[in-house]
Design a protein around this ligand. Structure first.
Ligand SMILES: [Zn+2]
Length: 304
């Protein structure tokens, strides 16, 4: 039985300091939404690809070749298709890669980096972070950091926690590693500084949302009720509306995708359509997450 078993320890019985502490642990601080984007752009677009590949299966301890082949599709068919699309449009993006995927496909990661994209952390084997002790979480983060640094030739500066499963100890470990940014939390549409126990950390958050993610619409798992219920045309409609809203507010449009999901023929077409739509708007700054984080932090410091 977990120490947090709700039957043994119901939250309605918690004293006020306890629920306040829980909420204050990791919180959105000052906004880092810049007064203007780079070179006067109206909107900033940060595309990300979470190359989960085989770790979607391995994370569960499954060794099913059938399921692993779905992950291999991500590397074999999807990433080349995505890189080709990005190259055609001259767009650089960020690839969040579990260390085990990077070790299975080092050439793919080197190609990603060689083509000007960012390689960033995405756990060791796509583990569920909230199930780990702090000691194990620290060990996996350090090993993941090391593995990516070795393959990319430079240490990663950002992290996206697998499944956005940010634990109460994750922020402390991000600070220990000296990372620039996280991209796993959801408190805003715009970048912000993360607070820990009410104190500024200097860590930039580039917020995500399930709305701006291909997986909830297009994911498929035979053994669960997860099915692709939304047609690609409707997914495009939602992503475009999110982008248009960001244009209207002069904000950030950050999109999370997964090669083994978006890389299929019927879906890469929606990404191509989305890119065409975004390029039809004047003043779009396409940037890697690292570039966005550095820019927002510098602008935030300049504004005092
Ligand atoms: Zn992932």
């Amino acid at each position: 039985m977990s120490p947090h078993d709700p039957d043994r320890d119901p939250s309605w019985a918690w004293a006020e300091p306890r629920w306040r502490r829980a909420v204050e642990k990791v919180r959105a601080g000052r906004s880092l939404h810049p007064a203007r984007w780079k070179d006067g752009a109206r909107v900033c677009v940060a595309l990300s690809f979470d190359s989960d590949h085989e770790t979607s299966t391995l994370r569960e301890g499954s060794v099913s070749p059938g399921r692993l082949s779905q992950g291999q599709y991500g590397s074999r068919a999807a990433v080349p298709r995505i890189l080709e699309l990005l190259r055609r449009h001259g767009i650089r993006a960020s690839f969040f890669v579990p260390a085990v995927v990077a070790l299975l496909h080092p050439d793919e990661q080197r190609r990603v980096v060689d083509e000007g994209h960012e390689l960033a952390m995405h756990g060791w084997i796509h583990e569920m972070t909230s199930q780990l002790t702090e000691t194990v979480e620290r060990d996996l983060m350090r090993r993941a950091h090391e593995a990516l640094a070795k393959i990319a030739g430079r240490p990663p500066v950002g992290v996206r926690v697998p499944s956005w499963d940010f634990s109460p100890t994750t922020l402390g470990l991000i600070r220990e590693l000296g990372l620039l940014y996280d991209s796993s939390l959801m408190a805003d549409d715009e970048p912000y500084e993360i607070l820990e126990d009410g104190e500024p950390t200097g860590i930039v958050e580039l917020p995500v949302e399930w709305i701006k993610d291909d997986a909830p619409y297009l994911g498929m798992n035979r053994a669960s009720t997860i099915r692709p219920y939304t047609p690609p045309s409707a997914v495009l409609e939602i992503f475009q509306a999110e982008f248009n809203g960001a244009v209207n507010e002069g904000g950030l449009f950050l999109l999370t995708m997964h090669p083994h999901i978006i890389g299929h023929r019927s879906r890469i077409a929606l990404l191509a359509d989305l890119i065409r739509h975004m390029k039809s708007v004047d003043g779009v700054w396409f940037a890697t997450h690292e570039e966005v984080a550095r820019y927002c932090l510098a602008q935030g410091s300049a504004a005092g």
